[in-house]
Design a protein. Structure first.
Length: 192
């Protein structure tokens, strides 16, 4: 019995006797970080492009249509693990300009940053019309608890600040759309 056991050990590959944790590269393509396990429909290339701290979050829900820009925490602080130049410009890119058209909602204006929310987080939006002679109604994108994209009212008039929408533990871009309520068209500057 003892010779058989010793003979078996002698033929084991050296890697089988290695003690310790393996790196992601050593584990190969089959290793999936927790964010990939929780988001099986999100392309692996997108998961791999995220900072390590997000890849290791088992609860993050990644919007499959996210357009990766500088990634910020809910308070606007850049998420660590990004290029320093990207981190410097992160907060400045968290807004945009929406075109308000008459009668129907104008096109979605997608912000240049990506927000990594947290459980129970509500995304704040502020906005103002560029032509003060006209008024608009605006909607900000948020998410249901299950991660479904939803438009929420963020007010009507010439400006609004301090309005929040449900967001949660979602990784996505803030975005706004608007409809002119007086005049045929208006531009709406917005930010988070």
């Amino acid at each position: 019995m003892r010779k058989t056991w010793a003979a078996t050990i002698a033929v084991l590959p050296l890697a089988a006797l290695t003690v310790g944790s393996a790196s992601a590269a050593e584990l190969g393509a089959d290793h999936r970080p927790p964010a990939a396990v929780n988001n099986p429909d999100v392309p692996r290339e997108l998961i791999d492009a995220l900072p390590e701290v997000i890849q290791q979050d088992p609860d993050v829900i990644i919007d499959p249509d996210v357009e990766l820009g500088p990634i910020v925490y809910p308070d606007g602080t850049p998420v660590e693990g990004q290029d320093p130049a990207t981190m410097r410009e992160a907060r400045a890119r968290c807004g945009g300009t929406a075109t308000a058209t008459a009668v129907i909602w104008g096109p979605e204006s997608i912000g240049g940053c990506t927000v990594w929310g947290s459980v129970g987080y509500k995304q704040g939006y502020a906005w103002g019309v560029q032509d003060a002679s006209g008024s608009v109604c605006a909607q900000g994108r948020g998410f249901t608890v299950s991660g479904t994209r939803t438009w929420y009212s963020i007010g009507c008039g010439k400006s609004n600040a301090g309005t929040t929408v449900a967001w949660g533990n979602i990784l996505s871009n803030p975005s706004v759309r608007a409809m002119a309520t007086s005049g045929p068209v208006n531009s709406v500057g917005w930010w988070i």
